[in-house]
Design a protein around this ligand. Sequence first.
Ligand code: PEP
Ligand code: CO
Length: 449
Amino acid sequence: MATPSWSPSSWRDRPAGQQPDWPDPAALDRVLKQLSTLPPLVFAGEARALTGELGRVAAGEAFLLQAGDCAESFDGFSADAIRDKLRVILQMAVVLTYGSGVPVLKVGRIAGQFAKPRSSPTELVGDVELPSFRGHMVNDIAPTAEARAADPERLIQGYHQAAATLNLLRAFTKGGFADLNRVHAWNQEFVASSRQGRRYERIADEIERALRFMRACGIDLENEHQLHQVDFYTSHEALLLGYEEALTRRDSITGDWYDCSAHMLWVGERTRSVDGAHVEFLSGIHNPVGVKLGPAAEPDEALALCERLNPGRVPGRLTLISRMGAAQIGDRLPPLLRAVADAGHPVVWACDPMHGNTFTSPSGHKTRHFDDVLAEIGGFFEAHRAEGTWPGGVHIELTGDDVTECLGGAEEILDHHLATRYETMCDPRLNARQSLDLAFQVAELLRTS
Ligand code: PEP
Ligand code: CO
């Protein structure tokens, strides 16, 4: 898979975009050394299991739901926030599975999604030029020179927050919270009262009735662990390569390298150069990996990435996440689908309908319109239908909170509502009702594809 000279540090010989300007390199080295001695957050076997599951998606037998925050915060860190995010993802998965009959693979943008690429390394605040905010694992968002200085101690804090988040996710998904018997209880207050919430209640009723029916038939549901536990995987953008390198460990069973900071890692639109440091790093780890592809991506680039990241053509190893924008997907995606299919690469195709549809509203908020998000997903399904390929999944920025960051949806959030609860540190996220609404619509598309 990797070039013969690959090592966890071979990325250092290549140009690495989007790396912070760490003011004290010796302090950074100390932190990275410390991180390399800390326990792995995930195990190689789990990452391998995810590759297997993604292989089913690549084969058209399952659907990927990858979702979570644009950027996790050190400030809003609480058990409730993690629970609410998990809950909305579980609800979406129920809607998708029940509505389409297709198994849904759940992967969070969570437990490590702390670092952000920026379009410019600095920004003007008043007439002062400050380093841009790069996510809580690098600096703070407050507009002062002190807060914006990159601080490597934040890498350690990010590691510990990821560990605590993952611990709670494991407890929730294996310890009873995700039990299908609780399908009603996931419908939290502010969602339940909405139209989508009531629609969800009807599905929950039907699932409950089906479970009662099976019990009455004498089926021993207690021993069906699929009904009581959920497999939930973690992912984030592999942006800060020093951090990722420090968490890369050799698997004692296979001898292969795994980045044990998350089950799945992806590279973003700004760092996906086939000769760059980020792709070099991903090429040698054995986790399942992803690459974002924006509207500038050409078929030969997509093919070069497939060859570089998955020369062994392992199904599930590589997920290509298109983020074209609603206006462009119809033109830009089909040539990529065709080229990859013609070359026989078994990729998962996922649709990120968020990052190509961001704009600044008249009130000055960075936002997205729910209709554009849906339109891009519609275009994604249409392109796959035309090419005879499998629309493998969606990649969504959402929160379990009742925020007002994206326009539209059944609540019809308008520009003058955005200021009410605009809480994101980075990109605008769908709130829980909008997320559920989206799941119903995607289930419909999936049912007919
Ligand atoms: C993101 O996923 O938050 C992101 C920055 O995406 P992209 O690399 O596609 O712009
Ligand atoms: Co984002």
